[in-house]
Design a protein around this ligand. Structure first.
Ligand code: GMT
Length: 382
């Protein structure tokens, strides 16, 4: 199949999922065309069957705001016609679905199918602002197929926009890339950050208010009172300044490492002893799955789609929303008990393998594309 993949290239779960999906599909022999204003941050431009198409950002005195929706539409049209795309798969509804829809209108002779994958905030936050409701409604109407990354998000979508056929295809992880094995890169990370064998507590996100960096730091402050440990914060975003201020005020500077945005997080995750994700809302929680695949116990709140990813007591623990003290208590239990730590880590890896392995999930996208195109299932090998 020839697939256009439209996503935000910035550090964020939807871009990661689009990039990993494109890479996996390309490995399976499909031609994958990424269309965005920059190469997605985890995209390997040398991968076979993968091409990146840059969307220009026009500048003209009349345009106070560059009309990205339109240039993206035009680029999708250009790529779809030339490459004879079968599917344009957009990640994050706003504004991508409407650009794909416009591209289709501009190109009636080549009617590709539009697949929209909802990732979360396009529906739960942005999509719920009064202003955007009709825009999301039209985006869903004009999609030939709609997928949601969790059952929770599917339910939320249907509550707000009933009557659509929304299919849940959960996020996935490549178990060969994300694994517990602490190789040379991972040992170097550990030695640099925790030279005296301190426990490594890791958080990874785009530092938006919904991620609750304040609670990550509170939990860590409590843990550090109980045992020697270091905090590694991977990512960047609006709450970076808040995090730095709290680290300073709570006197945690010596024990906290801000790594900023990182292209490759496998080494730091494999080096971790505990992963914290105290988000207020998470439609899936891809970072939690990546940590589980690396055999790292996860602590999160019982919100959104997280219970579908982390089963309580299996791969980590889910705490009542906002109860960071309970999270700190669980954290010190895990870090202080190698047996419990080992059991949770192994169970998390097992769950990632059973439910979210790329080899299990990517074929569901392929089958969905085929269904939309009216193509038969390939014959199963005897
Ligand atoms: O909202 C974000 O944190 C970013 C957003 C994105 O578009 O990158 O993440 C959402 O999509 C991820 C990938 O499907 C999910 O793992 C995240 O849970 C989801 N974020 C939220 O729901 C807050």
């Amino acid at each position: 199949m020839r697939i256009g993949m439209v996503c935000f290239p910035t550090f964020g779960g939807s871009g990661v999922v689009a990039t990993e999906l494109g890479w996996e599909l390309a490995q399976r022999g499909h031609a994958v065309h990424f269309i965005s204003y920059d190469p997605p941050f985890r995209l390997d431009p040398t991968a076979p069957n993968v091409v990146f198409h840059e969307v220009p950002i026009p500048s003209y005195p009349l345009f106070k705001f560059p009309p990205y929706l339109l240039t993206l539409a035009s680029k999708i049209r250009e790529v779809a016609v030339y490459e004879r795309l079968d599917i344009v798969h957009v990640h994050y509804a706003l504004p991508h679905t409407l650009s794909a829809f416009l591209a289709k209108l501009m190109n009636a002779s080549h009617p590709f199918k539009i697949v929209t994958t909802l990732h979360g905030t396009d529906l739960t936050l942005v999509g719920q602002e009064e202003f955007f409701v009709p825009v999301v409604a039209l985006s869903l109407q004009q999609s030939d197929g709609i997928t949601a990354v969790s059952e929770y998000l599917r339910r939320r979508t249907l509550e707000s926009f009933p009557g659509h056929d929304v299919v849940t295809i959960p996020n996935f992880v490549n178990l060969r890339h994300y694994r517990p094995h602490c190789g040379q890169g991972c040992r170097t990370s550990r030695a640099a950050i925790a030279p005296k064998g301190e426990k490594l507590v890791v958080h990874l996100s785009n530092f938006r208010p919904v991620k609750r960096l304040d609670l990550v730091i509170r939990v860590f402050a409590r843990l550090r009172e109980r045992l020697p440990c270091k905090l590694v914060l991977v990512g960047d975003g609006p709450d970076a300044a808040l995090a730095r201020r709290m680290v300073q005020e709570l006197n945690l500077r010596e024990d906290t490492h801000f790594l900023g945005n990182q292209e490759k997080v496998t080494n730091i995750l494999a080096a971790a002893d505990l992963f914290l994700l105290p988000s207020d809302e998470e439609s899936f929680g891809l970072a939690a799955l990546e940590a589980m695949a690396c055999g790292v116990p996860v602590l999160a709140f019982r919100v959104g789609g997280l219970p579908e990813v982390v089963a309580d007591g299996e791969g980590g623990f889910l705490l009542p929303p906002g109860n960071w003290e309970a999270m700190a208590t669980r954290g010190s239990e895990i870090l202080g008990d190698p047996g419990l730590h080992g059991r949770l880590g192994a169970a998390g890896r097992h769950r990632a393998k059973e439910l979210f392995a790329a080899d299990k999930i990517v074929p569901r996208y392929e089958a969905y594309y085929r269904q939309l195109l009216g193509e038969p299932e390939p014959a199963k090998p005897l």
